[in-house]
Design a protein around this ligand. Structure first.
Ligand SMILES: Nc1ncnc2c1ncn2[C@@H]1O[C@H](COP(=O)(O)OP(=O)(O)O)[C@@H](O)[C@H]1O
Ligand SMILES: [Mg+2]
Length: 505
């Protein structure tokens, strides 16, 4: 079976004249072979178009792969990503019997014993899941997301085939080192597997709901965990205006410029305050409630950033806002994003060369997502190892900016983002940051502090001075100085800790 499908893929590659993706553009024997076997293939369309058509032909998993690749301009040339971003998963909905079968199997009883009412006509249908509206026994209206039956196996088989194709590319393509084909498939594999578990999506949704509880600008639907399984997710049904529908938004008296700013604020808050962000902010996943709050759905793809990357990113943004390229370069080095021996001036110069032309435009035409992308491109020349999470963030930022400008063509990212970043930086590095971190450590103190008298007693006990003296005699003067400094720091820190404990009691 798999062999046949693999052959089918090879034939699709041949028919669409995609040999250059597998064996490169040289005039190798292999390429000539491919060309001879598919001499009749029409190669007149640009390579991106041919690739898009081939992926569409191969089915939903390949379409999804193309869609995810379309947001990887760090890996794929832009003429191709532009074509890939046109891919639509236009899959027909799966039939009502399969909906019923999935529900009955998930709950272990007839679905109408679980739901008071269930509309078997889907509201939306995509390659991985489809959504239905229903009503719980207590009358609450819900949206029910159901995984496409058998999608797990299809994905399993198709990703295995993708690995096969990637293997071929690695073996045959002259630039295989640069293409990292298998790694690309591996990343896809991870993302699509996460999407196969709706409990995971439900948990992400409920985390963001908690993070934004009481927020005046974002509403996240409630997750009804009691009804959720891996294949079925039940959540509060929202009744919002699609964010693309500007006329309706205005008709409800909602100010679109404010909405644009709020979108930026939500994104930056998720990234910097929570380190956990919605990474699929296309308009289909965003609605606007009648009270002007955003409603975000579809938490299938999430990004997360560790503290050190957050620090670096915040510094980079703030430096960018001030056009301080040296600070941008230094932040990269300090965070370990580029090797420590990178020459700051050289790196700074390279960053300036790509960013300055962009900054020459009016602020409303500057896309910081693009700026980040350029920065990654420069970084790569300086041996920067770009984490997939950063790429996810960069691409989401572009989406957010696109959406923001759609709502308000004059949106200025700086005025919306800078206060959030500066507040966050102050929280991190100022006295408040110190206080926050000390408080974070507080549970440890309750264990350590009672030991202090015993430790002091031990140090001051009979033999201790002699031991210290003997040890000191063996030390070089320089080392002694160092010890003194360390000792002084330890004493100051100890005093601070004790002082803080006493004030917080
Ligand atoms: N909680 C909800 N309330 C109302 N409509 C919803 C809800 N969740 C999903 N939908 C509808 O279903 C569509 C697809 O849902 P989504 O979670 O984005 O699935 P997919 O992962 O297939 O994109 C949405 O665009 C929206 O129209
Ligand atoms: Mg969606």
């Amino acid at each position: 079976m798999r062999v046949f499908r693999f052959l089918r893929i090879l034939s699709t590659i041949g028919r669409h004249g995609l040999d250059e993706f597998i064996v490169g553009r040289g005039s190798s024997v292999l390429r000539l072979g491919f060309r001879a076997a598919y001499f009749w293939a029409d190669r007149s369309a640009p390579r991106g178009v041919r690739l898009r058509l081939a992926l569409q032909e191969l089915g939903p998993v390949f379409v999804k792969f193309g869609q995810l690749m379309s947001i990887r301009p760090d890996l794929i040339p832009t003429d191709i990503t532009e074509e890939l971003s046109k891919l639509q998963d236009s899959v027909p909905p799966f039939p009502a019997e399969q909906v019923v079968a999935t529900l009955d199997r998930s709950y272990g009883k007839p679905y109408l014993e679980v739901f008071h009412a269930f509309d078997l006509t889907p509201v939306a249908s995509a390659s991985v899941a489809q959504v239905h509206f229903a009503e719980l026994p207590d009358g609450r209206e819900v949206a029910v997301k159901i995984l496409r039956p058998g999608i797990g196996e299809t994905i399993e088989q198709d990703t295995a085939l993708l690995y096969g194709v990637a293997g071929l590319i690695e073996r045959l393509h002259p630039l295989s080192d640069l293409l990292r084909a298998r790694e690309v498939v591996y990343e896809f594999d991870k993302i699509i597997h996460d999407e196969l578990d709706l409990l995971r999506e439900a948990s992400s949704m409920s985390t963001v709901r908690r993070n934004f509880a009481g927020s005046p600008i974002l509403y996240v639907p409630d997750v009804h965990f009691d009804w959720c399984t891996r294949d079925v997710m039940v959540m509060e049904r929202i009744d919002g205006i699609p964010v693309n529908d500007i006329e309706q938004i205005r008709a409800h008296g909602i100010d679109t410029a404010t909405l644009g700013r709020n979108g930026v604020e939500i994104f930056f808050t998720q990234v910097f305050r929570d380190g956990f962000f919605h990474a699929d902010m296309h308009p289909g996943n965003i609605f606007v409630a009648r009270d002007g709050r955003y409603c975000g759905i579809d938490y299938g793809i999430m990004g997360s950033l560790p503290e050190v990357d957050k620090d670096c990113l915040a510094m980079i943004f703030i430096a960018f806002f001030k056009r301080d390229y040296k600070a941008v370069a230094v932040a990269h080095i300090e965070a370990g994003w580029v090797p420590a021996d990178t020459r700051v001036e050289e790196f700074e110069g390279a960053i300036r060369a790509v960013c300055e032309p962009i900054f020459d435009k009016p602020l409303k035409d500057i896309y910081f997502g693009k700026l980040l992308l350029r920065l990654f491109e420069v970084g790569r020349r300086f041996r920067m190892d770009i984490q997939p999470q950063l790429v996810l963030l960069q691409k989401t930022l572009l989406q957010v900016e696109g959406l923001g400008r759609h709502l308000d063509p004059n949106l200025d990212l700086r005025t919306s983002a800078q206060p959030i970043l500066e507040r966050w930086m102050n929280d991190q590095v100022g006295p408040r940051g110190l206080w926050k971190r000390l408080r974070h450590e507080a549970p440890m103190w309750s264990k350590t502090i009672p030991q202090i008298p015993r430790l002091v007693h031990k140090i001051l006990s009979d033999d201790a001075p002699g031991r210290i003296e003997r040890a000191l005699q063996g030390l070089e003067a320089a080392q002694r100085r160092q010890t003194n400094i360390l000792l002084a720091i330890a004493i100051i820190l100890g005093a601070m800790v004790i002082g803080l404990v006493l004030t917080s009691l």
